[in-house]
Design a protein around this ligand. Structure first.
Ligand SMILES: [Zn+2]
Length: 303
C-alpha cells in the first residue's frame, strides 16, 4: 500500500520562484489528502502531476494567508473541471465563513458539497478514520490557533499461512479470527493458536505535519515514534530572536523536537524567503539530528 508525501510548497509567507507557500499532497492507502493550500497550490498540483478530483480531504493548519489563500481558487477549479463528489475540509473557526463568502459574493455555486469541520486548535483529537487510516489533529503554538496533523495507518491484519491452514483442514470460520490475532477453541474444546497459522502484520506507518509553531514540547506525545516528521524551520540560529517573536522555529528547534520525539526522519520546510537555499538550515539541524532533509517544491517522500 502506498504512503507518500509530495511537497507542493515549502516556503514561508511570500511566494518566490523557487518556493511556493505551504501545501502538501498525501497519498495513504489510496486516500488522497491535501494539507494546507497556499496561493498557487493548484498550479503546483498541475506541475507535479497531482490529480485534483481524487482529493477527498483538505486539512488547513491555520488562517495565515500562506496556508490557505489558494483554497477558494482550487475549489472553483474543481467545480469547473466537473466535480460532483463532495469534499471535507478541516480547519480553524472562520475558514468556512471566509470560503463561503468568497464563493457566494461572486455568485459561484459549486456542483459539489463541502463539509466543513471546525477544529478548535486547543485539543488533540481523532478527526477522521476509516478501515485503513486515521487522521489526528493536535495544537501547535503560533500567533493564531494552529493545528498539527498526524496521518497513520491502522493496525493491519496478521498474514494467514494459507497452505498450512488448508492442510490442517480448519474451518473457514477461523480465518478472520486468526487474522485479527485471536486464538480459537473448536467444538471439541481444542485450542488453535493464531500464531501457528499466521505471520505478524506489516508495521504501521505514520506521518506528522507541524507548521507553523514556535518550539513547543507539548506536541511530542502526539508525534512520538513517527516514521516521518515535517516540522517548520522558518529560520536559522542567526534569526533566533525573530523566530521567537513571530512564533516560528529554527532548524535546531525542529531537530530537537525530532530527537525528543524519537522520529525516524525529519523534513524541514516553511523556509523564509530571505534564504537563498536550505544549506545553513541543514547544517545546523544535523548537529542535533542527522537524518534530516530540507525539502524543495516537488520532492516526493515515501513514508
Ligand atoms: Zn503562520
Amino acid at each position: 500500500m502506498n504512503f507518500s508525501i509530495t511537497i507542493l510548497g515549502s516556503g514561508a509567507a511570500l511566494p518566490t520562484f523557487s518556493r511556493n507557500p505551504s501545501s502538501q499532497y498525501i497519498e495513504c492507502n489510496n486516500r488522497h489528502i491535501l494539507i494546507d493550500c497556499g496561493e498557487g497550490t493548484q498550479m503546483q498540483m498541475r506541475k507535479f502531476g497531482v490529480k485534483f478530483q481524487r482529493i477527498s480531504h483538505i486539512l488547513i493548519s491555520h488562517l495565515h494567508g500562506d496556508h490557505f489563500f489558494g483554497l477558494a481558487g482550487l475549489l472553483s477549479t474543481m467545480h469547473l473541471l466537473g466535480r460532483d463528489k463532495g469534499i471535507t475540509i478541516y480547519g480553524p473557526q472562520g475558514l468556512e465563513q471566509i470560503i463561503r463568502s468568497q464563493l457566494e459574493i461572486g455568485g459561484t455555486k459549486l456542483d459539489f458539497g463541502i463539509t466543513f469541520i471546525t477544529l478548535d486548535g486547543k485539543s488533540s483529537q481523532l478527526i477522521f478514520e476509516d478501515k485503513l487510516i486515521e487522521i489526528h489533529t493536535f495544537p501547535l503554538k503560533h500567533r493564531v490557533p494552529t493545528n498539527g496533523f498526524l496521518i497513520k495507518e491502522k493496525t493491519k491484519e496478521y498474514n494467514l499461512l494459507g497452505d498450512l491452514f488448508k492442510q490442517d483442514g480448519l474451518s473457514i470460520k477461523f480465518i478472520q479470527k486468526f487474522k485479527n490475532g485471536e486464538d480459537v477453541v473448536d467444538e471439541n474444546g481444542k485450542t488453535h493458536y493464531f500464531k501457528d497459522y499466521t505471520t505478524p502484520p506489516p508495521p504501521t506507518r505514520s506521518y506528522a505535519y507541524c507548521s507553523d509553531t514556535i518550539y513547543y514540547e507539548n506536541i511530542i506525545p502526539s508525534i512520538s515514534n513517527v516514521d516521518l516528521l515535517y516540522h517548520e524551520a522558518t529560520f536559522t540560529e542567526l534569526h533566533k530572536q525573530r523566530a521567537k517573536a513571530t512564533f516560528h522555529s529554527t532548524a535546531i528547534d525542529a531537530a530537537k523536537i525530532a530527537i525528543k520525539a524519537n522520529v525516524k526522519k525529519l523534513l524541514l520546510g516553511h523556509i523564509s524567503s530571505r534564504f537563498e537555499n536550505g544549506d545553513e538550515h541543514l547544517k545546523e539541524a544535523k548537529t542535533v539530528f542527522d537524518n534530516t532533509i530540507v525539502v524543495e517544491d516537488g520532492n516526493n517522500f515515501e513514508v
